[in-house]
Design a protein around this ligand. Structure first.
Ligand SMILES: *[C@@H]1O[C@H](CO)[C@@H](O)[C@H](O)[C@H]1NC(C)=O
Ligand SMILES: *[C@@H]1O[C@H](CO)[C@@H](O)[C@H](O)[C@H]1NC(C)=O
Length: 202
């Protein structure tokens, strides 16, 4: 066997103590990371954090008038529900801002002060939205006339809210609740046509 090859074999067999030390430290760190991961995972299973949800549960078209000059007047009642499904944490809702519009014409902005929803409960926000006279284009006037004929009219509700909730010792989580809904009504009797409108589905 050539001497150079022999020497390399010898040095391969003897592992330097520092290499052992490094290997042991790496193993300990890896185990610690796995244990920390398991603790967080089990913590999530026990605490079961749920995203707070904003939804529209009911509404009513109280008034809808349009005249020959193309002015639209309307009043809507909208019930927005803030839901906190967490059994062990209350949730904060803030920066609530939902824009109500018809055919891209702004009608109103629905806002609310920051509030808490306690564990596993909900809070209703009742809005009565009254529009001033909204000038419509001839096409939009035509659309309102068609809505009367179809006995169906849709308003857009878009916006979001910030939520924050504590997940026990794991810290607090933040999320945004986005709403992007078409609220539909029968203009003849003002009744709401229920549809899915919540921040979970979009
Ligand atoms: C949450 O509330 C619902 C209905 O209000 C109830 O049925 C359920 O048992 C509650 N869950 C917890 C964990 O408190
Ligand atoms: C309103 O009118 C619609 C369609 O005509 C009907 O389905 C609905 O039951 C009515 N609602 C009420 C509260 O009368």
């Amino acid at each position: 066997m050539p001497p150079a090859f022999k020497r390399r074999l010898d040095s391969g067999r003897r592992t330097h103590p520092l290499v052992w030390l490094a290997a042991i430290i790496c193993t300990i760190i890896a185990i610690a990371v796995v244990i920390a991961g398991i603790v967080v995972f089990v913590g999530y299973l026990i605490i079961h954090p749920r995203m707070p949800v904003i939804s529209v549960t009911n509404a009513h078209l109280d008034l809808l008038t349009n005249d020959y000059a193309g002015l639209l007047q309307t009043q809507l009642t909208i019930v927005v529900v803030a839901q906190n499904g967490n059994a062990k944490a209350h949730a904060t809702f803030s920066d609530i801002k939902f824009k109500l519009s018809y055919q891209d014409r702004a009608i109103a902005v629905l806002v609310a002060e920051t509030f808490f929803v306690s564990k596993n409960s909900t809070k209703d926000l009742n809005y009565v939205v009254q529009s001033s006279s909204i000038p419509l284009t001839p096409e939009q006037m035509e659309e309102v006339n068609n809505a009367w004929k179809r006995n169906e009219i849709g308003f857009d509700l878009k916006g979001d809210a910030r939520t924050q909730w504590r997940v026990g010792p794991l810290g607090s989580l933040k999320s945004m609740c986005h709403l992007n809904c078409l609220l539909k009504f029968h203009p003849l009797n003002g009744s709401y046509i229920p549809s899915k409108c919540n921040s979970r589905s979009n």
